[in-house]
Write a protein that binds this ligand. Structure first.
Ligand code: NAG
Ligand code: NAG
Ligand code: NAG
Ligand code: NAG
Ligand code: NAG
Ligand code: NAG
Ligand code: NAG
Ligand code: NAG
Length: 262
């Protein structure tokens, strides 16, 4: 258990750094690997935000192809006004065994850490650094009577391997969540989705598509800056080639946003 906690605190420390070479792109089609996180490469339609794969307000919403350790891991649409993601999209495969084991976070070499600090950040990744700098201090603020945590849209429990798990610890994948909701109801939603996908989506292998998003609240912010979302939603689907059946499903949960007792 302590091992796990140590591991997690290392991951939290890493989350203070920009993710290595993640790309802010014009739309998700620009990076071919980024499209693979959506069923048939089709992004969700969110009126006013993302329609037919086109970002409606490009100065506000930033598509990010989340890259870590030289591989694209998932895709995020980030809202720079509310300073939280609109959604993160990823494929679910269950735990993948037999991949080369990652060296472990403690042993990520110095060269790469330098890169993560921004020495070699390329193209639009400067945007990501700015996003991080703006938001990180906010998460350190305390909110009276409510314990807020960084709630992951792409949760650790749905990742196939250690590197992908590490990649989810980025501020562009988290929203402020009240602790009870994060560790209670939403955690159970994540567990139920995982159970369903493992049961229904396994043919010769397991492959499902998941999109998880946040709906911002009207005027509920952390530190007057980071929106504390009003609800979270998640939608998933897979085709099982053995049973010739599609499995689709969705959940949503109203978060606890009112300041007060928890
Ligand atoms: C995505 O961006 C590319 C490159 O700018 C552009 O050619 C393409 O039309 C865009 N696709 C959509 C759906 O907006
Ligand atoms: C686009 O978003 C910016 C904030 O980033 C806002 O100032 C502007 O009014 C928005 N444009 C439209 C057409 O909604
Ligand atoms: C950086 O941007 C340039 C031009 O916009 C492009 O040609 C190049 O491929 C990009 N590099 C990466 C690694 O995306
Ligand atoms: C799916 O079918 C293949 C043969 O077509 C079989 O080997 C495999 O065990 C089946 N998997 C499941 C989960 O039923
Ligand atoms: C939003 O909340 C802030 C701080 O609680 C308050 O000062 C402001 O008047 C509120 N704005 C609206 C539109 O409700
Ligand atoms: C699905 O199953 C059929 C036969 O049952 C096979 O021919 C086909 O290659 C399979 N497709 C995939 C993607 O595995
Ligand atoms: C499972 O994989 C085998 C070997 O790749 C293939 O022949 C078979 O069609 C697959 N079955 C299904 C149901 O996808
Ligand atoms: C496909 O799903 C339907 C409805 O859940 C079920 O009745 C049927 O048995 C499934 N087909 C197979 C081949 O498992």
């Amino acid at each position: 258990m302590m091992g796990v906690l140590n591991h997690l605190s290392t991951l939290l420390l890493l989350s203070l750094l920009p993710p290595a070479l993640s790309h802010v792109v014009e739309n998700f089609s620009v990076v071919p690997q980024c499209k693979t996180f959506f069923l048939e490469g089709t992004t969700p339609n969110l009126p006013g935000i993302l329609v037919g794969g086109t970002v409606q307000n490009q100065s506000r919403y930033k598509p990010i192809c989340q890259k870590y350790n030289n591989m694209y891991r998932f895709a995020t649409l980030y809202d720079t006004t509310n300073k939280i993601p609109v959604f993160s999209a990823y494929t679910f495969t269950g735990k993948v065994v037999g991949r080369p084991k990652s060296p472990g976070l403690e042993s990520i070499d110095v060269e790469e850490m330098k890169t993560q600090h921004g020495a070699k950040l390329i193209n639009n990744s400067r945007d990501i650094r700015v996003i991080h700098q703006a938001v990180d201090a906010d998460y350190n603020a305390t909110v009276t009577n409510m314990i807020l945590e960084r709630g992951h849209l792409f949760p650790c429990s749905h990742t196939p391997d250690d590197d992908t798990m590490a990649s989810t610890f980025t501020l562009t994948n988290v929203v402020p969540q009240e602790r009870g909701f994060n560790r209670g109801r939403w955690c159970r939603v994540e567990q139920n989705v995982k159970k369903t996908l493992l049961e229904k989506c396994k043919d010769n292998k397991t492959k499902a598509y998941v999109v998880t998003g946040a709906v911002p609240s009207n005027n509920n912010t952390l530190n007057n800056r980071v929106n504390i979302p009003a609800l979270l939603w998640t939608a998933f689907c897979c085709y099982n080639n053995n049973t010739s059946n599609w499995t689709v499903g969705a959940y949503w949960g109203r978060t606890k946003t009112t300041l007060g007792k928890h």
